[in-house]
Design a protein around this ligand. Sequence first.
Ligand SMILES: C[S@@+](CC[C@H](N)C(=O)[O-])C[C@H]1O[C@@H](n2cnc3c(N)ncnc32)[C@H](O)[C@@H]1O
Length: 290
Amino acid sequence: MTGAGHETSTGQALSGAGWLDVHFEACRPEYEEMLRFVGVPPGSRALDAGCGSGGYLTQLSDLVGASGSVHALDLAPENIALVEERRASGELPRLAEARVGTLTELPYPDDSFDVLWCANTTQYLDDAEFENALAEFQRVTRPGGVVAVKDVDVMLARLYPADPFLFPHLCEASLWADPDDAQSRGSLRGRELRRWLERSGLHEVRQRTTMIERWAPLQPVERRFFADWLSHLAGLAEERGVPEADLATWRSLRDPDSPDHPLDRLDSYACEAQVVAVGSVPKRTGVVES
Ligand SMILES: C[S@@+](CC[C@H](N)C(=O)[O-])C[C@H]1O[C@@H](n2cnc3c(N)ncnc32)[C@H](O)[C@@H]1O
């Protein structure tokens, strides 16, 4: 892990490889189903924009098959270095290239890809940046190709036993504390994704929300993921001024390895929710067909 917020050298929280690998493993069945929902045709040239440590690259490689190729991009150089290591070890035979770059200025020519997949990365963008990114996604994906955006909707998260308003209170306190904090807003955008994609000009947009629900006894990787995530949120709760009544719960979640951790109760339940929205790139206006 790279620190309490699991950040990378870019300073972004929850973007370090150790954290991402645990998160992906804990949610793997639902996460893989979300990419299957996109429909990646064999033979596609696919971009994983915001690839992190490469959790999705193996499945993307399998989906595009021997006649396709996968490209990977991320803002954090250390994540790209890790993906390069995995390629060098022969783990990712379809990976054509991995690059450092940003969603808002993609380093690829127009119409480079058949499929663009962007998972849990647009949450770091403010609204104007997200709009730019969606325009970039369409520019680098060919007409008729597919753009898919997946992200969290933190308002659907739940911990039991705990006040059902624990997460909504934190969301609200975060926005009161800093209305311009991009990730606080971005983590609320999940269920809006379909409308964002439609407004950006994508066609035939569809959306699916997935609840990743885990009941006690949690598997070790599930416990690690939820305990680390809740510990990070507990730090934010202290900083951002949640209601006094919630603080006792957040404090009980601060130490992920506590022997009295609420996740270890026999009746515990934890849930995070993720949304994927998929659209197709329309024909370019002003392009004359021969
Ligand atoms: C939460 S991780 C998700 C990683 C991976 N897509 C997954 O689902 O496991 C977000 C990733 O996006 C990257 N990132 C954040 N802002 C970015 C930007 N503007 N352009 C490209 N990558 C970005 C971070 O470095 C991090 O690796």
